[in-house]
Design a binder for this molecule. Structure first.
Ligand code: UD1
Ligand code: CA
Length: 469
């Protein structure tokens, strides 16, 4: 039983109760637009195409959604159709049918219902079987406002009656229409042509297709579920926040299922994709954005914000660290220790066992294995060699007001406290920069550079031996 599936996403409505200038379906849940969740779910039931019906804020909506990549590597076919003015859900789908091929099944979804599981949609499609109208329904203790599923004496579905059109007896029915249906496109096309707006809201109701199916002698199937979250829509900031928590709970459960140890699954926010190796531990109140990879044994302390970064095996990110890779990314090497209160910006590339301590900012810089900057420092546009020790209060002066320049600190250099390295500049391997120095010229390997007011370079200087213990 195989048939092509074309998804119609209804997203023309206004969403007045959001009290926002942003179109409702672009509000974010787990870092993605509401309607993007719906489109991504469509990709997971192997849809052939997705047609989004836009109206209010159409341009923004069209610009704010992307076609997801399919397993084949190709992008899902994504089209937009405008509905102007909005005359009801039936009228909305009427705008889409001209672009829907007759050989498929149309799966109708709402752009503001983000948490429907692909398995649920698959079960609905199976029930439709390419031949019948299938409705996703739900029992609701308080069905006020929803379309009611009216059944005949034999239990078969006879009609959907909207709340505003329903009799008292019908209003007592607790089985509601979720807003999701699967219907053979050829049949849908014919039924939509028969719609009228003779009802309490003077709208063209999509739900009237049920009575046409029954009139045509075609059985109507109902897939009745119990999980209200899967059909919950977002109409207000409070509902958005509620669904956000539900979504985060799902993400947390999936991570724990894989073995990730979360100090508190209720205090985790993943706004993108978090990929974890074995034995990862995450303390409370951490936020992950974009794509973040945590290698085996990584520990993330409390209150960290980490975006677009790769943290390699065994690294420890201490509390209150902010990592933002943006496009360039951030990479933290194996066994590195970062924070507390560290800031890693785009292009920070840290080798194995690098230590970045409190109030240290690193941007567009490479630190080779074993390099350390433990306190109050800035490294921007720098290449830092192996085992370099970069002192408290030291900075790279990488920007002259017009251009950025590179600082090169070769292996085993020791930069004292409160130094200013004025780029472009190279500190030769094994050298020492005396505390408080401002270095404006390259220094030779092994040199002690002390430049406070006057610039001095003492050649053949030997660093004192390090005390043991
Ligand atoms: C609809 C169903 C109702 C069901 C409920 C579930 C109809 C007539 N009624 O009611 O049986 O219980 O959903 O939530 O279908 N939209 C458009 N263009 C329009 C009107 C709506 O694109 O002209 C979109 C909205 O943006 C929304 C979706 O369709 O995404 C549903 O619209 P909404 O107004 O919420 O439908 P209800 O009247 O609540
Ligand atoms: Ca609604």
């Amino acid at each position: 039983m195989s048939f092509p599936v074309d998804v119609v996403v209804m997203a023309a409505g206004k969403g007045t109760r959001m009290k926002s200038s942003r179109p409702k379906v672009l509000h974010r849940l787990g870092g993605r637009a509401l309607a993007q969740h719906v489109i991504d779910t469509a990709a997971r039931v192997s849809a052939r195409s997705v047609v989004v019906i836009t109206g209010h804020g159409a341009e923004q909506v069209e610009a704010g959604l992307v076609a997801p990549a399919l397993e084949s590597g190709e992008a899902l076919k994504l089209q937009f159709v405008r509905q102007e003015p909005q005359l009801g859900t039936g009228h909305a789908v009427q705008q889409a049918v001209p672009v829907l091929p007759d050989d498929g099944v149309t799966l109708v979804l709402s752009g503001d219902v983000p948490l429907t599981r692909p398995e649920t949609l698959q079960a609905l499609l199976d029930l439709c079987g390419g031949r019948q109208l299938a409705l996703l329904t739900l029992d609701m203790p308080d069905p006020t406002g929803y379309g009611r599923i009216v059944r005949a004496a034999d239990g078969s579905v006879a009609a959907i009656v909207e709340h505003k059109d329903a009799s008292d007896a019908q209003r007592a029915i607790t089985e509601i229409y979720s807003g999701i249906m699967a219907v053979p496109t050829r049949l849908l096309r014919g039924w939509l042509a028969r719609l009228d707006n003779q009802n309490a809201q003077s709208e063209y109701y999509l739900t009237d297709v049920v009575k046409f199916a029954v009139a045509d002698g075609l059985p109507v199937q109902a897939h009745r579920i119990t999980d209200a979250l899967q059909v919950a829509g977002v109409n207000s900031p409070a509902q958005l926040a509620e669904l956000e928590r539900a979504y985060q709970r799902r993400v947390a459960e999936a991570l724990m299922e894989q073995g990730v140890r979360l100090a508190d699954p209720a205090r985790l926010d993943v706004r993108g994709t978090l990929v974890c190796g074995q034995d990862v531990e995450i303390d409370v109140n951490c936020v992950f954005e974009g794509r973040v990879e945590l290698g085996a044994g990584v520990h993330i302390g409390a209150n960290c914000v980490i975006a677009n970064a790769v943290i390699r095996a065994g690294a420890v990110i201490h509390p209150f660290t902010h990592i933002e890779g943006e496009k360039a990314g951030v990479s933290v090497g194996e066994g590195a220790l970062i924070g507390p209160f560290a800031r890693l910006r785009p292009g920070a590339t840290l080798g194995r066992e690098v230590h970045i301590g409190n109030f240290v900012e690193v941007k567009n810089s490479t630190l080779a294995d074993g390099a350390k900057a433990n306190h109050l420092a800035y490294l921007g546009d720098a290449s830092v060699g192996e085992r370099v020790n970069y002192g408290a209060g030291s900075i790279t002066a990488n920007y002259d007001g017009a251009n950025k320049h590179r600082t090169v600190i070769e292996a085993d250099v020791h930069v004292g406290s409160n130094c200013v390295l004025v780029a472009p500049v190279t500190i030769g391997a094994g050298g020492t920069v005396g505390g408080g120095s401002t270095i404006t010229r390259d220094t030779p390997p092994g040199a002690l550079s002390v430049a406070r007011g006057r610039q001095t370079v003492i050649p053949n200087w030997q660093r004192p031996a390090k005390k043991k213990g």
